[in-house]
Design a protein around this ligand. Structure first.
Ligand SMILES: NC(=O)c1ccc[n+]([C@@H]2O[C@H](COP(=O)([O-])OP(=O)(O)OC[C@H]3O[C@@H](n4cnc5c(N)ncnc54)[C@H](OP(=O)(O)O)[C@@H]3O)[C@@H](O)[C@H]2O)c1
Length: 380
């Protein structure tokens, strides 16, 4: 029986993970769940999975949750804030931690899980973007594994399986292109948060949905891939593929290209990571290529999507560049969602921040978190 702790249990990835877990009660047991502010959802999850530890973002939520659990005759300790998320991430009984919080807040618990020697199934790409070098080093020290959950990185992981690394020519990350792939720059300037929230292929949380519309998501994934697969960024490319069926590809030195295909459903990569090296028999709709008929591929337009150029600058600026890139994007996305800035100003904010960054590499979590806070402060 594999024991599982889920950070971000109330989110899109968290819920998909728990869907997979509930299909295999003989294989998986949920021992700890962390959520944010959605207390109603966490109450439902706590009743269903009866974990041994819960964590929420705020004190008020903890009170409400504890009271509701008592009313249902359940007594489960509830912790709060980052210490709560870290407690879930390091929960002694857990064998694997699903890192599915959104944003930089996911870094500290992900780091703590690896430090405690827990295998981490990583959805929280922001933590790898900010601290890939450090997380890899901690994992190497404790023997913990970092298993990709992002569909693109899962596809690459699968396409690399059993191949000697020296045979790899490049990694090709596919991108749906989001809802504005065919827009002009002028049309992009008028995009509202409601429009940006409608992704054509994937059902996801609000931040990654907007990141997909700006293609910041793909930019973050380039940095994520750089660390997950320990490959120089020059060997990572992006290819637009609107149908989101080919989840990514690996080109080898002999010209062969291996890809992983599947319907766009995050439960597939989640099940792959949970079951690895075994494949779980999933009773889900199967890919029918004859019905799909056609798969399209095209170059990404870096004029429409400046994120794809900015990320190369960020990578050239070392750890400070990647942290600044991520922090500026998080702040800008939030401002866009609040209606304070326009859609194109998300990339402009990131560019302005990168203009100020000088290259610096960091070796501790404190240095990384301090620099992240410094960047956010500089934008206010
Ligand atoms: N969704 C996808 O298909 C997908 C695919 C690949 C990668 N990812 C990555 O996976 C991560 C999660 O994405 P998502 O789409 O699942 O996001 P989401 O639906 O917005 O869920 C985010 C989760 O994080 C929790 N959370 C947010 N702030 C928190 C805080 N300060 N303390 C504790 N918990 C907090 C939320 O809690 P409440 O809701 O309770 O407030 C929720 O459980 C992101 O890094 C994203 O880039 C997602």
């Amino acid at each position: 029986m594999k024991k599982i702790a889920v950070l971000g249990a109330t989110g899109s990835i968290g819920r998909s993970t728990l869907d997979i877990v509930s299909r295999f009660p003989e294989r998986y047991q949920v021992v700890a769940l962390g959520g944010g502010r959605n207390i109603r959802e966490l109450i439902a999850l706590a009743r269903r999975f009866q974990p041994q530890l819960l964590a929420v973002q705020e004190e008020d939520g903890a009170g409400e949750l504890t009271q509701a659990l008592q009313d249902f005759g359940l007594s489960i300790p509830v912790m709060v804030g980052q210490p709560g998320a870290v407690a879930v991430a390091t929960y002694a009984q857990a064998d694997i931690v699903i890192a599915a919080m959104v944003g930089a807040v996911g870094l500290e618990p992900t780091h703590a899980a690896l430090k405690a020697g827990k295998d981490v199934a990583l959805a929280n790409k922001e933590s790898m973007v900010m601290a890939g070098r450090l997380l890899n080093q901690v994992a190497a020290e404790t023997g913990a594994a970092i298993l990709p959950l992002d569909s693109e990185h899962s596809a690459i992981w699968q396409a690399l399986n059993g191949e000697p690394k020296k045979g790899v020519e490049k990694l090709i990350l596919t991108a749906s292109g989001g809802p504005f792939r065919d827009f002009s720059l002028a049309e992009m300037g008028q995009v509202t948060p409601e429009q940006a929230m409608r992704h054509p292929r994937w059902e996801m949380g609000p931040k990654i949905t907007i990141d997909s519309a700006t293609m910041m998501n793909k930019a973050l994934e380039i940095i994520e891939a750089r660390w997950l697969f320990d490959i120089v960024p020059e060997r990572i490319e992006v290819l637009v593929h609107p149908q989101s069926i080919v989840h990514s590809l690996v080109e080898y030195v002999d010209g062969s290209v291996l890809a992983q295909l599947g319907l766009p459903d995050m439960r597939l990569p989640i099940a792959y990571a949970l079951g690895y090296p075994e494949r779980l028999a999933l009773d889900l709709p199967k890919l029918d290529l004859a019905t799909i008929g056609q798969l399209d591929f095209m170059q990404a337009d870096a004029t429409l999507f400046p994120a794809l150029k900015l990320v190369r600058r960020a990578l050239a600026a070392g750890d400070s560049g990647a942290i600044a890139f991520n922090a500026a994007n998080e702040v800008a996305v939030e401002r866009f969602r609040q209606g304070e800035i326009g859609f194109l100003e998300i990339a402009e904010t990131v560019e302005k921040v990168l203009d100020q960054v000088t290259r610096e590499d960091f070796s501790t979590l404190t240095e990384i978190l301090d620099f992240d806070a410094q960047v956010r402060q500089s934008i206010l």
